[in-house]
Ligand binder design. Structure first.
Ligand SMILES: NC(=O)c1ccc[n+]([C@@H]2O[C@H](COP(=O)([O-])OP(=O)(O)OC[C@H]3O[C@@H](n4cnc5c(N)ncnc54)[C@H](OP(=O)(O)O)[C@@H]3O)[C@@H](O)[C@H]2O)c1
Length: 355
């Protein structure tokens, strides 16, 4: 209970100090920096002076902050830390992901928002979904001496340009790894390729960073990134779609998923080994290489009857096989023509069922 001497108005200085303490305890900034400036403790500065406040030692890794504690941000955080490239700060809006990151990575600062990271690091890694990068970058502004990169395979570094200021650099760091599980991804980074972008100075640092985590840095030819990434998507997600189609046909034959993987897995591995040893064209086997139109037609009939969802994928692959077999010179022209006709007809919309 308050004594008389504690009543408001009795000591205005003390009352104001108490009120300010209560407001600050509620997280309200009583002395916000004016726009286009920021504070170092009590001193206000214009935003365009050199940052960050801390600098890494010459020859040491930069001070790193990661925005996004999802699959890529977390695995990169783990891999870089283990490689002696510590993570100073992370931003994730999700409390659970922040805690998971903190549990896996010895990170100094953890934020809910990306903006505070900009005040503390030299290299900002944006590991957020492709569609988020543009809108997020529009809300950020870098300081002189900083670099910002993203990890997207689909987008070029130029998407980061709105965050640039005088003396800043932008780039990209795209690991060719399927980040399904943190530890598996960290292991897979060893020996993986990382496509890097940026000006010459930044690219040297990104190449060192890739090599530190055991990966091989590559610089892509200008304008080729979308095709490079489409191939990666076919090799990962596209291959999983193919596996799923194989498993669906396996179910028709009475196999469960692990049965299909056990039976068709060695065939897949053998085909990959053949392609590595002989080249892709020479690795092609199957009815298309023999001009076996009857077998092709029986497969299409079975798919229509038992697995119609697999039909489009089978036909798309078979059309590509015909092109390969033609290029290899193993198909008689009339067989080639018949196969193209059968496969073309298979893609026609099916007629309405007779009531
Ligand atoms: N997954 C892969 O196999 C793979 C491989 C190579 C490259 N990449 C690329 O790496 C990037 C990240 O992919 P990912 O698979 O790690 O995605 P993810 O697992 O979905 O994680 C994305 C992270 O970004 C945060 N985020 C989402 N929206 C945000 C917003 N509006 N503002 C701030 N943060 C936001 C997420 O939410 P919270 O803030 O709520 O935590 C999450 O922490 C993408 O560009 C992707 O193309 C992915």
């Amino acid at each position: 209970m308050k004594a008389w001497g504690d009543l408001p108005g009795d000591d205005p200085e003390r009352d104001r100090a108490e009120t300010e303490a209560a407001i600050e305890a509620a997280g309200i900034d009583l002395d916000p920096a004016v726009p286009a400036s920021h504070r170092h403790d009590d001193e206000a500065h214009r935003a365009d002076h050199a940052h960050p406040h801390e600098h890494s030692e010459v020859g040491q890794p930069p001070i790193i902050g990661i925005v996004g504690a999802g699959a890529v941000g977390t695995a990169l955080g783990v891999a870089l830390t283990r490689a002696g490239w510590p993570i100073h700060a992370v931003a994730s809006r999700d409390a659970g992901r922040r805690e998971r990151f903190r549990a896996l990575v010895d990170v100094t600062r953890v934020f809910a928002d990306p903006e505070p990271i900009l005040d503390e690091v030299e290299l900002i890694i944006l590991a957020v979904p492709d569609d988020v990068i543009g809108p997020l970058v529009a809300t950020l502004r870098m300081y002189s001496g900083q670099a910002m990169i993203h990890t997207s395979g689909a987008l070029g570094a130029e998407v980061l340009a709105p965050a640039m200021a005088a003396g800043t650099q932008i780039g990209a760091f795209h690991p060719l790894v399927a980040f399904a599980d943190t530890e598996r991804a960290v292991a897979a980074l060893h020996g993986a390729t990382v496509a890097i972008e940026g000006d010459d100075q930044l690219v040297v640092m990104l190449a060192d960073m890739a090599e530190a985590i055991g990966a091989t840095p590559v610089r892509l030819a200008p304008g080729s990134k979308a095709a490079y990434h489409a191939a990666a998507v076919l090799a990962a997600g596209g291959f999983v779609a193919l596996l799923d189609a194989i498993a669906e046909l396996g179910r028709v034959a009475g196999l469960d998923e692990s049965g299909s993987l056990a039976i068709y897995g060695p065939l897949i591995e053998g085909t990959l080994e053949n392609a590595r040893a002989l080249g892709i064209r020479a690795a092609l086997t199957g009815p298309v290489t023999r001009g076996d139109v009857g077998t092709l037609e029986s497969h299409l009939a079975a798919l229509r009857a038992h697995a119609p969802d697999v039909l489009d994928l089978y036909v798309a692959a078979a059309r590509r096989e015909v092109i390969l077999a033609e290029a290899r010179g193993v198909l008689a022209p009339e067989d080639s023509w018949k196969m193209r006709a059968v496969l073309g007809a298979a893609l026609q919309p099916l007629s309405e069922p007779v009531p």
